[in-house]
Design a protein around this ligand. Sequence first.
Ligand code: ZN
Length: 294
Amino acid sequence: MGDSEVEAITDADATLGESPVWDGVRQRMLWVDIDAGDVHTFDPRTRHRTRRRYGAPLGFVRLADDGRLVLGRGGNVYLAGSSTSELVAGVEADRRENRLNDSAIDAAGRLWAGTMRRDATGAEGALYRLEWNDGTPTVRRMLDSVGISNGIGWSLDQASMYYIDTATHRVDQIDFDLVTGVLGNRRPFIQTEAARPDGMTVDREGWLWVAFPSHGQVRRYSPTGKLDGVIEFPVRRVTSCCFGGAELDELYVTSARDQNVPPGAAAAGGSVYRCRPGKQGQPANRFTTSRFLP
Ligand code: ZN
């Protein structure tokens, strides 16, 4: 797949790197270290990095339409500016053993964010939809009995949501109504057998890129669910991926520390990787904070 030579762009300093997202306005990549509670940024032109501490567990970072960051910490969603952090909503006051995990913004500016048990067992997580309605944030539980809520994406025609509950070893396809945000029929789309899918992104042509921490791979699938190619990484626990760079032609891949490898070893994990697989991503959707569209 193109020139998919893999380069580590950071030291292996994350415990659980996740949630990569490209900010096209500020031309920088952002991601979280869930266990450290940090948001990291990387500017590929200058290679300048920043790290900001918000507190663990920090499940995700996404972008809002007003320039703030959308953060999922513990069971709460925040909007974080340069000096302020505003609580938007809590999703699971009744499920203290859970925390927010991966998330995505749909094309209408809604936040979709899932949960999991902090110990990664059971199926007591859920998927939530958060949107701004007449100045009020509104949360709805959209899927229940989720093990580890992870990657979320959409088909190019917006008629399908792709959804990964890692515990199922599947990518599911769910009928999606962009106007109402309602989910319909859910069915298995990709069966991954022994492999455990984690985060994902959808490229400009509607193909899926899925990270497999069980195998040290990112796999590309066609819009019909056919395996098209595999990128191998020097570490096993690759967690999620996202296109970035000025042309959206660089694939950024987060990773986590592998407890089976001695710290400091080359395969210990915790770096962010980059490669150029010859494809382009889509600009990141932004959370709509001012109004609800359409
Ligand atoms: Zn994940």
